[in-house]
Design a protein around this ligand. Structure first.
Ligand code: SF4
Ligand code: SF4
Length: 99
């Protein structure tokens, strides 16, 4: 009988591969807009915790991005539209290996 192995989310994500584009950040934020943003949903919605509050501004660790698009939607709908998100350059970004 086949045994079903249940993997944790962290274990699944650990199988993924990232090709990091050192020369192009595919996510930028407009810090002037962020100053006007009360709720700052970007700090809580990202499953990869790409956005952090550091030294009174939003810091972006784009190299950890899972390319789900949640931050753009939450920023446009519940923030101040400060995020500009572009697809990573071809060949860069995340390569999912599970499922
Ligand atoms: S949700 Fe958008 S506008 Fe608000 S702090 Fe985050 S990036 Fe800035
Ligand atoms: S696309 Fe998804 S993983 Fe990437 S920064 Fe936005 S919310 Fe986070």
């Amino acid at each position: 009988m086949n045994q079903i192995v249940v993997m944790s989310l962290d274990a699944r994500l650990g199988l993924d591969k990232y090709e990091i584009d050192e020369e192009r950040n595919h996510i930028t934020v407009d810090h002037e807009r962020c100053k006007l943003c009360v709720d700052k949903p970007c700090l809580t919605v990202c499953p990869a915790q790409v956005y952090k509050w550091v030294d009174e501004r939003v810091a972006v660790s784009y190299e950890n991005c899972l390319e789900c698009g949640t931050c753009q939607i939450s920023c446009d709908s519940g923030g101040k539209g400060g995020i500009t998100w572009n697809n990573p350059t071809g060949g860069f970004g995340i390569l999912f290996r599970y499922g």
